[in-house]
Write a protein that binds this ligand. Structure first.
Ligand SMILES: Cc1ncc(COP(=O)(O)O)c(C=O)c1O
Length: 395
């Protein structure tokens, strides 16, 4: 049967019918442990009762009006987000790419306001920022860009964790107005930006009045053991973007700003029909309240440590395993060879995982995962990797 869907996704041959907590059920009734959570979206698991109730209640009250009117829930959500993050103003979008588009436009406007005619944003090699034209240009992956030229101007690229490369750009390029970086590159292979690098970057941004902009679309919303991954690292960015876990599956993204970045946008500078509508905001408020009330930041940290420890115990000394890394419940297991086929093998074993940057198994389980479930997950991953690597090595 031919499908009327544009074949933009290489889909796995499975369709899910329902979900509860960290488990999904397919159309045949088989249960799967979901260790990818919609690629870092379902941080509270599937159909969390607090989010379900908020969505149902709001759907019975008011789904959508327009940003030409006041939206009380948007105000409430923005206040909660600012209180959690030390940010001062928020623009709501529907997705991560759009949150980054807002940040890119904000940085350009900030540059123009300071007399920079051709504002330039530094972005990183192997970064991922989305699929719109500006965000795919910011993305450091030729495969994603190829065929969509001409790309957008106003970006310059640097290697991650190389502060000298940024100093060299600073010395030669007076058009730079901002740096956009992921605290941990998700699509780029669960590659953390080093703490000292980020701190030095903060300093460099201060010296040159560049905006330090963090893409926390994947790392935010408790994923790394704090609301945002930068928290606890001893600095605050000027702009931070997020989406994914913000609505636990209800589409919503946000671009947050502080200091001089907080009041760059004025009426008419940016907009979105749906961005921050009552339904999405009700979901996001329920998510934020649940994350806090259930102590899920500390829990994610503890469960992430346990998961990495258990994986290290089983896999750490295996010759084909290069690294086990991550923060909170964003975990990568890097092998010494391409391992994309593990996704299908895991599926057969009732486990949903993802492989990123060719060689890295990426685990993003819901933050509500408990200790027994972490053990179940670690055991499943370890068995999968062992049986895959061991015959390959003895061949
Ligand atoms: C770091 C990062 N930024 C941006 C995006 C794009 O988000 P969306 O797919 O919601 O547009 C993603 C999605 O994977 C991401 O991981």
């Amino acid at each position: 049967m031919t499908s009327p869907l544009m074949p933009t996704y290489a889909r796995l041959p499975i369709t899910f019918a329902s979900g509860e907590g960290i488990y999904l059920q397919d159309e045949q009734g088989r249960r799967y442990l979901d260790a990818i959570a919609g690629i870092g979206v379902n941080n509270l698991g599937h159909c969390h009762p607090a989010v379900t109730k908020a969505v149902v209640d709001q759907a019975q009250t008011l789904v959508h009006t327009s940003n030409i009117y006041g939206i009380g829930l948007q105000q409430t959500l923005a206040e909660k987000l600012c209180a959690l993050s030390c940010m001062e103003s928020v623009f709501f979008s529907n997705s991560g790419a759009e949150a980054n588009e807002a940040a890119i436009k904000l940085a350009r406007l900030y540059g123009h306001q300071r007399g920079v005619e051709r504002p330039t944003i530094i972005v990183m090699e192997n970064a991922f920022h989305g699929r719109t034209l500006a965000t795919l240009t910011a993305t450091g992956n030729r495969k994603i860009q190829a065929g969509f030229e001409p790309l957008v101007s106003g970006f310059t690229r640097a290697p991650l964790n190389d502060i000298d490369a940024l100093r060299a750009i600073a010395a030669n390029n007076r058009d730079v107005v901002a740096v956009l970086v992921e605290p941990i590159q998700g699509e780029g292979g669960v590659r953390p930006a080093e703490e000292e690098y980020l701190q030095a970057l903060r300093q460099l941004c201060d010296e040159h009045q560049w905006l330090m902009m963090l893409d926390e679309v994947q790392t935010g919303n408790g994923r790394c053991g704090h609301y945002f991954a930068y928290q606890g690292l001893g600095f605050t960015p000027d702009v931070v973007t997020t989406a994914k876990g913000l609505g636990n599956g209800v589409p919503i993204g946000a671009c947050l700003a502080r200091g001089p970045a907080a009041d760059v946008f004025k009426a008419g500078h940016h907009g979105s029909t749906y961005g921050g509508n009552p339904l999405a905001c009700a979901a996001a408020i329920a998510v934020l309240d649940t994350l806090q009330n259930e102590g899920l930041f500390d829990h994610a940290q503890a469960m992430g440590e346990l998961l990495r420890d258990l994986l290290a115990q089983r896999l750490g000394s295996l010759p084909g395993v290069r690294d086990i890394r991550g923060r909170g419940l964003m975990v990568g297991v890097e092998l010494d060879q391409d391992c994309g086929e593990l996704v299908a093998r895991a599926l057969e074993a009732g486990l949903l995982i993802n492989v990123t940057a060719g060689k890295t198994i990426r685990l993003l389980p819901p933050l509500i995962i408990d200790e027994a479930q972490v053990r179940e997950l670690a055991d499943g991953i370890a068995s999968l990797v062992e049986t895959w690597l061991l015959p390959a090595q003895s061949a």
